[in-house]
Design a protein around this ligand. Sequence first.
Ligand SMILES: [Zn+2]
Ligand SMILES: [Zn+2]
Length: 146
Amino acid sequence: MTNKNDALLAFVQWVSLTDFGKPFEHEVKFNRRLKSTGGRFFPKDLYLDFNEKMYDVFSEDVFRKIVQHELVHYHLYREGRGYKHADREFKVLLSQVGGLRFAPPLPDVQYLTYTCLSCGQTYRRRRRLDVKKYRCGKCRGKLYSL
Ligand SMILES: [Zn+2]
Ligand SMILES: [Zn+2]
């Protein structure tokens, strides 16, 4: 079975060769806890992690631009050049490869809220509930969508 982290590593290696003409020779991993951050570069061990939700949600084109951003850090750092966001070399290489400065926000998952007006219990559901059929789980009261 193919591990998702292996697929990520293969993708990062491919972006590195295709867009930078240089190999990526270290580790990558998904991180489920990242929120608005697309990925991170750890200079100490040249390790990268990436936002797993963004990989799941965004198109390959967009995720590729997130990978490019981290690879700009990676390759500049390995070459002893300015690898930080404020460095001129970082800005120049990032715009050359077309990487993103900031990852786009993840789409908000839409929840519908239902409230029982008898006991005040609220319920959050991703899908619409038939309030004629479903009643409050606590008191069997009628649910209202807000
Ligand atoms: Zn960065
Ligand atoms: Zn109730």
